[in-house]
Ligand binder design. Sequence first.
Ligand SMILES: Cc1cc2nc3c(=O)[nH]c(=O)nc-3n(C[C@H](O)[C@H](O)[C@H](O)COP(=O)(O)OP(=O)(O)OC[C@H]3O[C@@H](n4cnc5c(N)ncnc54)[C@H](O)[C@@H]3O)c2cc1C
Length: 438
Amino acid sequence: MALFKFRRQESEVKWPTATPAGVEAFKEFYDAETFQETLDSFKRVCIGANVSRGGRYSEFFPYLKAAYKDVLPYKYKEIWKILEKKAKQELYERNTIGHIERNRVLVVGAGPVGLRTAIEAQLLGARVVLIERRPSFTRNNVLKLWKFLIEDLKSLGAKKFFGKFATGSINHINIRSLQLMLVKISLMLGVIIYAPCKFVRLAEPSLTEEGALIAGWQAIFEEKEKEAEGYVFDIIIGASGKNCVLDGFSRYSLDARLAIAITANFVNRWSSEEAAVEEIGGLSRQYDQDFFKEMHQETGVDLENIVYYKDEVHYFVMTAKKESLLKEGVLIEDLQDDHDDPNGRGRILRPSNVNREKLLDYAKKAALYATEKKSTKLPHTDWKMLPRGDKGEPDCCIFDFTNLYAARVAARVTVRKGQPLLGAIVGDSLLEPFWPEG
Ligand SMILES: Cc1cc2nc3c(=O)[nH]c(=O)nc-3n(C[C@H](O)[C@H](O)[C@H](O)COP(=O)(O)OP(=O)(O)OC[C@H]3O[C@@H](n4cnc5c(N)ncnc54)[C@H](O)[C@@H]3O)c2cc1C
């Protein structure tokens, strides 16, 4: 006997076509290169379609799509199909798993993990608001992506928003581009994003002026950044990076030996000379002793490992030996950790103990030597500038990157006045990893 599985026929929603101004806004949104441009143009995309600024997936995406699907040029059409296909995956059960009244989510932080979490909650059918304290994305540093992550991001349309994504054997992306593409995906699916908007603390369930109990929890945001005020939610996701903003999630340190990392970002002008320089996927002293020994002898730079990725920038990350940093004058004094002070680890790396000029020289020497020995010398070392101060600042950092932490709990439920709140932490708030392991 044949078994037939009947599926409810899904009918396309009917909705008026978007205005010409909306179509122009969508093109701007799709190609936007900054966080603010993305947020601003998307507001106009919603106005052009006569829909509110976001909402649960099933109450938002089909209407936005109906308004735009017939009026956008070809280049902008594919992304709708990709997102719809993703949303229709069985796992999301027609985007209704979270589709009950008490599934309103607040995500704190638009880092890669907060954004990806917001997308997942949205696909499940929850109503999601995400807040980010920074007005712009500036991180040039490059993340190595696991294979499954590349597939996951492709299934969300990553290549549409960032054409170079995972081309050939490339398995990395700069943090800024990753954030930007995830913001675009989130917005199209219905996540509401407020930025700049800084979370300060939770506010327990309260009474309205008329004396009725507000069903849910609220948050307090920093003065003058109150766009999200009034949002009532039942779930809060702390995705604020290594400084966890939610109470009740204490962490323990995995107490690894201090390891000093340096990141350096040089401008990539995409010239043929730059194209000839090959990436260095990861060299470590253990396996390439001669290379590191010779680098030390010839330049004074003494490293444990080095990685070079060619991205929007020429990105280098390396672990340097403390003794060579002191000898080369990058570190001024050999300050010991103060174990009685909770912030006493890594005192030696405090800005007052770092000679910036010497640090820039040190990083340049490492980049030039490594590229020359492994393929061809990087043709220039013009710094990518971070938008700091009047002139900007070379994007080069030194820090302790074995500061490993793990949270004792990942989620907890709090009930006040009969109102439950599920709190969870994700990303670096949950577990601060050792970077080279991805
Ligand atoms: C400067 C920097 C450079 C890095 N370089 C590298 C690298 O070279 N290689 C590598 O593998 N990893 C690097 N990392 C680590 C990597 O970026 C993180 O592991 C990864 O981004 C974790 O993502 P996340 O979403 O958990 O947190 P994050 O990316 O840290 O994002 C947290 C977000 O929350 C926001 N936020 C914080 N507090 C609040 C608040 N109160 N209200 C609202 N928003 C808030 C922050 O502005 C930020 O946008 C770097 C991290 C930083 C901060």
